[in-house]
Write a protein that binds this ligand. Structure first.
Ligand code: FES
Length: 275
C-alpha cells in the first residue's frame, strides 16, 4: 500500500433549496501519491458527504466540465494532483465569475452564450461551394499555424473565472469567446468578420480587455487567450483602416494610438503550444 498523507479539505457547500448563503465544510482524507482533487471529492462523497454536488465527466482533462476554484485558483479537478498543491489544507469552491447552481457547480450558460455570439464556425460567402463543393479548401501549414493553438480550447471556462474584467463587467465577452473569434477570423477559409462585428464591435467587446493575462495563466490546455485578444484587436483595427473608418466602439474605450501601441508589442502567435 502506497504512503498516504492526511489532508484537510475545506469544501464550499450551497444548496439553494435549503441555504440562504454558502458555508464551508471540513473533511479529512488520507491522500495517496497521484490522487487528483476529483478522486478525493469522489471519496469524500462516498464516505462523508453523500449530497456533495459537482460536474465532471471524462476524468482526463478533455471535456472541460470539472473546473473548480482550488486553493483560490481556477483549475481542472481531474488534472490537479492533491499532493502537488504542497499544502495540508485544500480549499475547493465553485468557479468565481459564474452564478452558483449548487455546491461546486457553476452556471456556465454565459460562457456558452458568449461563445455562440461570435459565430464559432467557418463562414463562407459562397454557400453554393459549401453545399456542393467543386474542390478542397486548401490551407498551407503556415496558414493553419495562424490559429492552431486556439483550437485546443475545451470550453472549461477557467479563463473567464480568472478574468478581472469579467469580475467587474459580466457582459464582457471574455477571453474564451474573443480568442475563438480570432481563431475563426484569421482562418484563411473564413469570410465571417463582418458578421462577427455585431458582437465584436461593441462596448463589451475586445477593447475592454485590460491585458491582465490571468486567462492565459489559468488555461489548462496551454492556450494563450490574452494573445488572441490582442491579435483580434489588431485584426479589427487593420480591417477598419482598410475600410477607411475608425472602429466605432474603439474611441469610446481608449485612444486609437494606445491600441495601436498595444498591438504592436505582440508578435504573431507561436506554433501550437503543448504543455
Ligand atoms: Fe473532463 Fe475534468 S472531468 S476535464
Amino acid at each position: 500500500m502506497a504512503d498516504t498523507k492526511l489532508i484537510t479539505f475545506k469544501v464550499r457547500r450551497y444548496d439553494p433549496d435549503k441555504d440562504t448563503a454558502p458555508h464551508w465544510e471540513e473533511h479529512k482524507l488520507n491522500v495517496h501519491d497521484g490522487m487528483t482533487v476529483l478522486e478525493a471529492l469522489h471519496e469524500i462523497k462516498a464516505e462523508q458527504a453523500p449530497t456533495l454536488a459537482w460536474r465532471s465527466s471524462c476524468r482526463m482533462g478533455v471535456c472541460g466540465s470539472c473546473g473548480m476554484f482550488i486553493n483560490e485558483l481556477p483549475m481542472l479537478a481531474c488534472q490537479t494532483q492533491v499532493l502537488h498543491l504542497n499544502t495540508d489544507v485544500v480549499t475547493v469552491a465553485p468557479l468565481p465569475n459564474y452564478d452558483n447552481v449548487k455546491d461546486l457547480v457553476p452556471n456556465l450558460e454565459p460562457l456558452i452564450e458568449k461563445h455562440a455570439a461570435i459565430k464559432p464556425f467557418i463562414i463562407h460567402t459562397n454557400s453554393k461551394e459549401i453545399d456542393e463543393p467543386t474542390g478542397e479548401f486548401i490551407q498551407s501549414v503556415e496558414q493553419r499555424d495562424e490559429y492552431s493553438q486556439f483550437t485546443f480550447c475545451i470550453k472549461c471556462g477557467l479563463c473567464l473565472a480568472a478574468c478581472p474584467t469579467v469580475a467587474t463587467d459580466p457582459l464582457f465577452l471574455g477571453p474564451q469567446a474573443l480568442a475563438q473569434a480570432y481563431r475563426y477570423t484569421v482562418d484563411s477559409r473564413d469570410c465571417g468578420l463582418q458578421e462577427r462585428l455585431v458582437a465584436l464591435d461593441a462596448f463589451h467587446g475586445p477593447y475592454q480587455c485590460h491585458m491582465a493575462g490571468a486567462c492565459s495563466q489559468a488555461c489548462p490546455k496551454g492556450v494563450d487567450p490574452a494573445l488572441g485578444i490582442q491579435l483580434l484587436k489588431r485584426t479589427l483595427v487593420l480591417d477598419s483602416i482598410g475600410f477607411g473608418k475608425k472602429p466605432s466602439q474603439l474611441s469610446k474605450v481608449m485612444p486609437l494610438a494606445d491600441v495601436v501601441k498595444q498591438i504592436e508589442e505582440f508578435a504573431p502567435p507561436p506554433r501550437t503550444v503543448i504543455k
